[in-house]
Design a protein around this ligand. Structure first.
Ligand code: NFK
Length: 249
């Protein structure tokens, strides 16, 4: 199924039957991706006395409770409510779901014992392209990202200048395959989050950060349409399912 999209003065074609899923599935398993020192997610049947809500145990339905944390357990999209006293809701503030996106690949550089993504690297990868969304794939890009246990590992992060650069370029949606755009243990400075959402100026309520994505190696760097779908939680963050569509020239 082909769709032609009029984007400003450009006519761009995508094939809706060829979605490229860049989300990480959430599973009730110790090997589910995890960050921020929480237990693995749980998916378990509702119980009432002897009754267990699974068809295999004699119920007529499977009916599970799910316990998880959106920031810790998989691909999630957050708004500025993640770091402000007022808990702005992602569901109330993300109102469009189709964006022109650029997928870029960066190899984090060493800085004072950390692995970081610098403004220079982002600048080099984006050039003068104008995009609604930037999808950052970090190297090494292995399937271990689907089950990584990130707590206490000091994963790579984005430097403040890089986040300012993205904000100033007008990038509204930042997607990355790491647990955070900021350093794991930063005494709550959250420099890149604050810079991207402009918390020292006019809040960017419609800007989002999506973390813990996984961009398969079969997806080449370049221009895509992004369908950023979220679960409709009224919360600072929610599980999400970003899907890319290659632009057919
Ligand atoms: N860096 C913060 C912690 C932090 O950023 C955080 C903690 C729990 C859940 C999510 C977090 N940040 C996500 O981007 C700190 O040092 O306390």
């Amino acid at each position: 199924m082909l769709a032609t999209i009029q984007y400003n003065s450009r006519k761009l074609q995508i094939d809706l039957s060829k979605p490229l899923d860049i989300s990480i599935p959430l599973r009730a398993s110790k090997s589910n991706v995890n960050a921020w020192y929480v237990d693995p997610p749980k998916i378990e049947p509702v119980k009432d006395g002897e009754w267990v809500a699974t068809v295999k145990d004699g119920a007529c339905i499977n009916f599970n409770d799910i316990y998880f944390n959106p920031h810790a357990h998989g691909t999630h999209t957050e708004c500025v409510g993640h770091i402000t006293e007022k808990v702005y809701s992602i569901n109330e503030n993300l109102k469009e779901f189709f964006f022109l996106a650029e997928v870029i690949t960066v190899a984090p550089e060493r800085l004072n014992g950390d692995s970081v993504i610098s403004k220079k690297q982002i600048q080099f990868a984006i050039g003068n392209k104008k995009r609604d969304a930037i999808v950052i794939r970090t190297i090494p890009n292995t399937k271990e990202k689907l089950s990584a246990q990130y707590s206490h590992t000091n994963p790579p992060y984005l430097l403040k200048d890089a986040a300012i650069y993205l904000r100033e370029k007008g990038v509204k949606h930042l997607l990355i395959d790491l647990p955070s755009v900021d350093k794991e243990k930063d005494d709550c400075q959250l420099l890149a989050h604050n810079a991207f959402w402009n918390t020292k100026g006019k809040l960017r309520l419609d800007a989002t950060i999506t973390e813990l994505i996984f961009v398969p190696n079969t997806v080449e760097d370049g221009e895509y349409f992004l369908n950023l779908q979220i679960a409709p939680f009224e919360n600072d963050a929610t599980p999400s399912k970003p899907i890319l569509y290659k632009i057919i020239e």
